[in-house]
Write a protein that binds this ligand. Structure first.
Ligand code: ADP
Ligand code: MG
Length: 504
């Protein structure tokens, strides 16, 4: 079979029609509602205890820290009250021995120490005034609460959240291994070490990156509108949205402010449709899942996010390389190659290794519109060690890659569209108020036309249509773990003072 025919045959398998899309939306809404009713469903629908979203008029200085996989980031955010902010930050790599420390204390003492250093470096005045005050005051508390920085703690590991500033660690991931910390409240652990250093800091909120993204977009979006959804399309994919409390039927233990009638829900939508009721399942999707560390889980994510798109493409390519009648990356002789050579794949090529094809090259493929695909062919050489691919090879690579990327964007539209419908954000058809959505992650940031393809999907959804889609404003909201976490600390501070509706 010719490469062009092969391409067509494969691209067809990644097509995700308008009809599929609408079926997907209906099922997504069904699984969302199921997750609001009980535990143990495929969409976890985790209550976050964040009950208000900002509108850009918030003011004050807040701290935020982010314990991700490899770095610890400390920052302070000054909210100017006009949708702008100033952010100062420092970043340190987490030493290996701290990641596998014997006790949780060692890790959290290290984190508290970094906060102390940051305050000394960037908030010297405040820090020294605080020390002076503490040394001169005789009251048992030592200092007044209003002089204390509120801190939002972005903690990117699975936690069982118990309140706005409390949650227990379920398990470590990403190379961390400190068994002593499992089951303990990570906010309390951090607060304890902060208190030992007598820092003027209160851990006010525990933050998930999707919620941070939602808050950051809500604050920074033009005008006073508030965002309804924050979504990540990076290594993984997930979203958090604003739900009515009355729709949350399962028990939400602990205290929280009920006055707004709202709560942000972390959907954990990477697990949408693990049971494959509606999601597409090509042979390559099935193979990827089977060979993954968690077969049967994160099924939606495995069709949508950066970590997986490259692997799907790789599996297709490997399949074609194994077919002797398909002349991919293979020339009978140099006359068959438009650059008059023959193609070679180096044995060390990422094509031969699981996860060896980074989805970044898919962005490069989509971006290359030169007639000879010279840029993509260069990338194939540099990144995949495929030397002198022909134009036909590059065309096949580009078209199949585009089909996988397009399906991912349309699946993203399923999640976004379902949430727009569930929240009724577009229900008032006479309104032309924008509906804001914040997004973050390399895929949505760098893959050409990813957002445009999401919009195309939204226009095809019944109940949204072209008119609804036009009101939707999807904007990049970077720094969910900085400004977003600071905003959650602000909302939390409002709750402490009994003014939970501070931002409404
Ligand atoms: P994280 O999710 O860890 O916060 P990112 O948002 O940067 O980090 O996402 C990293 C993922 O995005 C990786 O899986 C990587 O393969 C993919 N990626 C990085 N650059 C691009 C790009 N230009 N186009 C598409 N995917 C990319
Ligand atoms: Mg990220």
């Amino acid at each position: 079979m010719s490469l062009a025919e092969e391409t067509k045959r494969i691209v067809a398998q990644f097509e995700y029609s308008d009809e599929d899309l609408n079926k997907g939306v209906q099922e997504f809404i069904r699984q969302m509602r199921e997750g609001l009713e009980k535990d143990g469903t495929s969409l976890s629908q985790i209550p976050t205890y964040v009950t208000a979203v900002p509108n850009g008029t918030e003011k004050g200085t807040y701290l935020a820290v982010d314990l991700g996989g490899t770095n610890f980031r400390v920052c302070s955010v000054q909210l100017n009250g006009d949708s702008t902010f100033n952010l100062t930050y420092s970043k340190v790599a987490i030493p290996k021995d701290i990641m596998t420390a014997k006790t949780a204390r060692e890790l959290f003492a290290f984190l508290a120490k970094q906060i102390e250093l940051f305050l000394q470096d960037h908030h010297e005045d405040h820090y020294e005034r605080h020390i002076r005050r503490r040394n001169t005051l005789s009251s048992p508390e030592g200092y007044k609460d209003e002089h204390v920085f509120r801190l939002g703690f972005t903690f990117s590991f699975p936690v069982h959240q118990l309140g706005i500033n409390s949650g227990t660690l379920i398990r470590w991931t990403k190379g961390f291994d400190i068994p002593d910390a499992v089951g303990k409240d990570v906010c309390a652990l951090l607060q304890e070490e902060i208190d030992k250093l007598h820092l003027p800091v209160k851990v006010a909120a525990l933050v998930n990156d999707t919620v941070g993204t939602l808050m950051a977009r809500s604050y920074a979006s033009p005008g006073k509108s508030k965002a309804v959804l924050g979504a990540i399309f990076g290594t993984g994919t997930n979203g958090a949205y604003v739900e009515k409390l009355s729709n949350i039927k399962k028990e939400v233990p602990g205290d929280f402010d009920k006055s707004t009638g709202l709560m942000i829900i972390n959907t954990e939508w990477g697990s949408f449709d693990n049971q494959l009721n509606v999601l597409p399942n090509t042979p390559w999707d099935a193979q990827l899942d089977k060979e993954s560390v968690n077969p049967g889980f994160q099924i939606f994510e495995k069709r949508v996010s950066g970590m997986f798109l490259g692997e799907i493409l790789r599996l297709v390519i490997v399949d074609l390389l194994n077919k002797t009648d398909v002349p991919l990356f293979m020339d009978e002789n140099s006359s068959h190659n438009d650059w008059k050579s023959t193609t070679t794949i180096a044995p060390l090529s990422g094509l031969y290794k699981q996860w060896g094809l980074d989805s970044a090259i898919m962005s490069a493929a989509a971006a290359d519109t030169t007639p000879e695909l010279a840029l993509l062919r260069q990338d194939l050489e540099t990144h995949l060690h495929v030397y002198t691919p022909s134009l036909e090879d590059a065309q096949l690579f580009k078209e199949i890659s585009a089909a996988i990327g397009r399906r991912a964007a349309r699946l993203s539209a399923v999640a976004i569209g379902a949430i727009l419908l569930q929240t009724g954000s577009l229900a008032d058809e006479s309104s032309d108020e924008p509906v804001d959505i914040g997004v973050d992650g390399s895929l949505v940031e760098h893959y050409p036309y990813f957002r445009d393809m999401i919009y195309e999907g939204l226009r095809a959804i019944e109940g949204i249509g072209p008119k609804g889609a036009e009101r939707v404003r999807i904007g990049i909201a970077k720094d969910g773990s900085g400004v977003g976490a600071a905003l959650i600390a602000l909302v939390a501070a409002g709750m402490e003072n009994g003014e939970g509706s501070i931002t409404l």
